[in-house]
Ligand binder design. Sequence first.
Ligand code: ZN
Length: 157
Amino acid sequence: MPRKLLERSRSRSSDIYSPSKRSDLMSRVRRSGTVPELRVRAVLDSLDVAFDANDPALPGAPDIIIREQRKVLFVHGCFWHQHPGCSRATMPRTRRAWWQRKLGHNRSRDRRVVAELRRAGWSVAVVWECQTREDTLITRIRRFLGRSQRTPQAVIV
Ligand SMILES: [Zn+2]
């Protein structure tokens, strides 16, 4: 088991916060986030899925954690994570070598994080920023959650 997960399972029994304080903190975390992240959370809320947001104890600090199903979702910005084939994944013209190194580093870290989570038994999905505007977002998320048969409530994304 990766070191970070061991730390997490240890810390669970010795949480420094009371349950009500913890839940207050978690809800505050859930209120922050980028617009694409908020769209994904709105879909999950519409499907009545219990999730946590931004767990720094897991590799890569996933944006969404569905513990019940041991699944995580990353909501990636197309530029910063260099979405393959996406028009937003541009390379700045100035300081090109610096940007190539920086963005290349982001991509290799993403690959490493996904591999680490999968080895630890998590299912991992990446939702790209540009895809959070599409009607297919809810379908993709439902498929990832194994809920493709269920009729969702109306959702605006
Ligand atoms: Zn994209």
